[in-house]
Design a binder for this molecule. Sequence first.
Ligand SMILES: Nc1ncnc2c1ncn2[C@@H]1O[C@H](COP(=O)(O)OP(=O)(O)OP(=O)(O)O)[C@@H](O)[C@H]1O
Ligand code: SF4
Ligand SMILES: [Mg+2]
Length: 335
Amino acid sequence: MQLLRVENLSVTYHSSSGPLSIVERLSLKMDEGEILGVIGESGSGKSVFALSIMGLLSTKMVMRADYLNLDGEDLMKMSAMDRAVYVASKAAIIFQEPQASLNPCFTVSSQLDETLSIHQGGTRKNRRVRALELLDSVGITKPEILLKLYPHQLSGGMNQRVAIAMALACKPRLLIADEPTTALDVTIQAQILELLVNLSQSEKAGLMLITHDFALLSENTDRIGVIYSGQLMEHAATENILNSPRHPYTRALLDSVPQLGDRHVKGSRLFALQGQIPAMDQLPVGCRLGPRCPKAEKQCVNKPELLSVENHGKVRCHLAKPSPTVKKPLEQEEQ
Ligand SMILES: Nc1ncnc2c1ncn2[C@@H]1O[C@H](COP(=O)(O)OP(=O)(O)OP(=O)(O)O)[C@@H](O)[C@H]1O
Ligand code: SF4
Ligand SMILES: [Mg+2]
C-alpha cells in the first residue's frame, strides 16, 4: 500500500534579494515498509525536502505541491493546524545531530515522558513503562539508569538512540532519518543504521534515509532518489541505480565510492565530479548539471524533463531513452 506520494513539490526561499527556488517540482512515492534512500551532494535540497514534508520549514520558505499524500490523506487540503497535528501523529524525523531533538536542560525521562504524554496520554506510570520499552527497543541495556541522565552525560551514539526512541513514541508510519549517522563513530554508525532498518521492518513503517553516502544506501534501501540542485535527477529501484545508473550525476556519485564505482582500479585516484553545486541564485541555463557534466552536449542548454525510462525508473537527462509510451513529462501527468 502507498504511504507517501509527493507530486511537484516546490520550495521557494524568500531571501532579501528575491525569491529563490530551493526545491523544484519534486515527485516521489513510497510504499508501506519501504526503505527509500535520498542522496545528493551537500546543498542539493535533501533536508529542505524532508522538512517540507514534516511542515518544519523556516518562515521564509514557502512550499507548494500538487499533491502531498501521507498515509491516505492529502496534506495540501488541510489547514495548517490540522496538518501539523496529522503529521505529528504519522511521521517523525531524526536529525544528524541528536541534540537537535533533545533539550540539554531536561533528563531523558522527562523528555520521553513529555513526548509520550502528547502522543499516548495515560498515567505517568504507564508512560514510564512505555519509555523503558522504547529505550529497550533501541538497544539501550540499562534503560532505568539512562532515564535519570541528561543528554550531555551521554555519548553521541546513545543520544541518537534516545532521539530515535523519542521519534518512535508516536508510532510513526513514516520515519525520516536525515543523515542519522554522519556525526557518529564508524562502528556506532553501522549499529544505528541496522537499528533503523530493523525498526522500520518490524513496525512496517516507511523509512526515508537521507545521506550523501552511497555505500550506506546500497545494501539497505529498496529504491533510491538522487537529488541535485533541488531537482530529482533519477529515481529507481536500488539494484537499477547500482547496476545501470542512467543519469551522469548518479554515475559520478557511484564512481566516487571505492566499493561501488566500476571505474576505480585499486591504487588509482577516485573519480570526482569537477566544480561545485551551483548557488541557487546562479543556476545555469538548461540542465542544472550542465557545467559539471562529463556527458554534456549542445542540447543540454535546454532544460531536461523528468521522464520514465522503461524497466528502470525516472530520469532527468536528454541522453536517457524514455519509454515509448511516455508522451509528456512526468511532472505534468498523473503518476
Ligand atoms: N534556513 C535556510 N535559509 C536559507 N537557505 C537555506 C536554509 N536551509 C537551507 N537553505 C539552502 O537551501 C539549499 C538546500 O539546502 P539543504 O540543507 O536542503 O541541503 P542538503 O542537501 O540537506 O545538504 P547537506 O548534505 O549539507 O545537509 C542550500 O542552497 C541551502 O543553502
Ligand atoms: S541533460 Fe546533458 S548536462 Fe544534463 S545530465 Fe544529461 S547529459 Fe549531462
Ligand atoms: Mg541536509
